[in-house]
Unconditional design. Structure first.
Length: 240
């Protein structure tokens, strides 16, 4: 049976402008160049078994993105990491590598929420006014909002998709050159079917106005904790 390996990785810099499909292609090329024994699908057009958890919106960096790959024969996770790191393009970095149980459901089916951290230049907006609008937004029971996806438009309840939202102001260092510091909006958004909402739609609903100086997805949350396997054995596989 092929070995299922979970890779936690960061996606930063110029790669934040790379689409989900091109990110998949980048990872496939990287894994091939790393010389890993990738397992392939069956059928007329076999392809490597690689699955990313959730598309990262274009323009966002990712701190702990998730990907599963399948290997046959199995390799010790430390070897997998070392081989990948030798071939990583600029903008990708490996955070963790571990083997997980093959019987787990797909990554996509386990995801329930995502956390985002969006930064603004404090000189470009009124933090107090934004805090007031955020409080009013969170007091709503629902708010219909139109999201455009390509040529299609869909209506979502943007309020229902926001599970948590906080605003903070990071003041500049006393020795700094002045300024208003940065304003950071932290969001926890639903990824559940029928409740998912885009981070940028939340910004529009809040009428932020100012352009973000940083867009980061910090974490993807599961319905239940992942099932990792025990220590690598001399026979070449994990035991539970």
């Amino acid at each position: 049976m092929p070995q299922r390996v979970r890779i936690v990785f960061g996606k930063r810099g110029v790669l934040q402008w790379v689409s989900h499909l091109d990110t998949m292609r980048t990872w496939e090329r990287t894994l091939r160049r790393a010389g890993l024994p990738l397992a392939y699908t069956q059928g007329f057009s076999p392809h490597p078994r690689i699955a990313l958890a959730a598309p990262l919106p274009v323009g966002f960096e990712g701190e702990r993105e998730l990907m599963d790959i399948w290997l046959d024969p199995a390799l010790e996770p430390g070897i997998v990491r070392a081989q990948i790191e030798r071939r990583l393009p600029p903008g990708l970095d490996v955070v963790e590598v571990e083997e997980v149980a093959e019987r787990l459901p797909s990554l996509q089916s386990q995801l329930r929420a995502a956390r985002y951290r969006i930064g603004f230049d404090g000189r470009e907006l009124d933090a107090a006014a934004l805090a007031a609008r955020l409080a009013d937004f969170l007091a709503l029971e629902s708010l219909s909002w139109e999201e455009r996806r390509g040529e299609k438009t869909r209506t979502v309840d943007v309020r229902a998709g926001v599970l948590e939202a906080t605003l903070r102001t990071d003041l500049p260092e006393p020795s700094g050159a002045g300024g208003e510091g940065s304003v950071v909006l932290e969001l926890r958004l639903s990824l559940e079917e029928g409740r998912g909402v885009r981070a940028l739609s939340v910004l529009d609903a809040l009428a932020v106005g100012a352009e973000p100086v940083s867009l980061l997805r910090t974490e993807l949350e599961f319905e239940r904790p992942r099932i990792a396997l025990g220590a690598w054995r001399t026979r070449g596989r994990y035991e539970e």
